[in-house]
Design a protein around this ligand. Structure first.
Ligand code: XMP
Ligand code: MG
Length: 183
């Protein structure tokens, strides 16, 4: 068990993701979009979103990490690239959470430079700060550091079925407890 307080419940997420899927299905009818999930955080959102999309589409994943020290330039290292040519494809980048937006700005430019017909961005969550990029589709806004539904703190909590607020102080006891059992 954990004591991560719920910010967005399983039911709220289901409802929101379903609506986003229907909206995208209307907007991309006849366009056979390619959904590009940004690993790892987007994997749960991607799985649910695609099951709410009822038009022909395909999907792939990319894994990226920021170059340490030069984050302000938005330079990212590609750890896993797409497995197909995207020339003339309509791309929808699927992200878990938009914070500064530097990662997404870089990715969007990269996919545009590869000749995509269009590149749009869907993010499940958006931090209420100034971003380098505006998402085309967004689920929820938040201010806290959140975990669950794919999002992690040091690789933990991705498996929570809801989105919760992570408070390191409050979690110390729980983490110690888990370590105690594992030790
Ligand atoms: P930028 O600043 O490029 O960063 O928009 C987005 C990435 O930062 C991570 N991130 C979070 N991860 N809870 C998380 O688990 C959060 O509240 C959070 N805020 C930012 C995440 O990897 C996202 O893709
Ligand atoms: Mg991420």
């Amino acid at each position: 068990m954990n004591n991560i307080p719920i910010l967005f419940s399983k039911e709220e997420i289901e409802d929101c993701v379903h609506k986003l899927g229907k909206e995208i299905s209307r907007d991309y009818l006849g366009k056979n979009p390619l959904f590009v999930g940004v690993l790892k955080g987007s994997f749960v959102f991607m799985a649910d979103l695609l099951r709410s999309v009822d038009i022909p589409c395909s999907m792939d994943f990319m894994a990226v990490s920021s170059y340490s020290g030069v984050k302000s330039t938005g330079s990212v290292k590609i750890n896993k690239d797409l497995s197909e040519d995207i020339a003339s494809r309509h791309i929808i980048i699927v992200e878990d959470i938009l914070d500064s937006g530097l990662t997404l700005t870089y990715l969007k430019r990269l996919l545009q430079a590869r000749g995509a017909a269009s590149v749009k961005v869907i993010t499940l969550l958006e931090k209420e700060v100034d971003h380098a990029i505006k998402p085309d589709y967004c689920g929820f806004r938040c201010n806290d550091f959140v975990v669950g539904y794919g999002l992690d703190y040091n690789e933990r909590y991705r498996n929570l079925p809801y989105i919760g607020v992570f408070n390191p102080e409050a979690q110390k006891e729980t983490l110690n407890g888990v370590n105690g059992i594992l030790d």
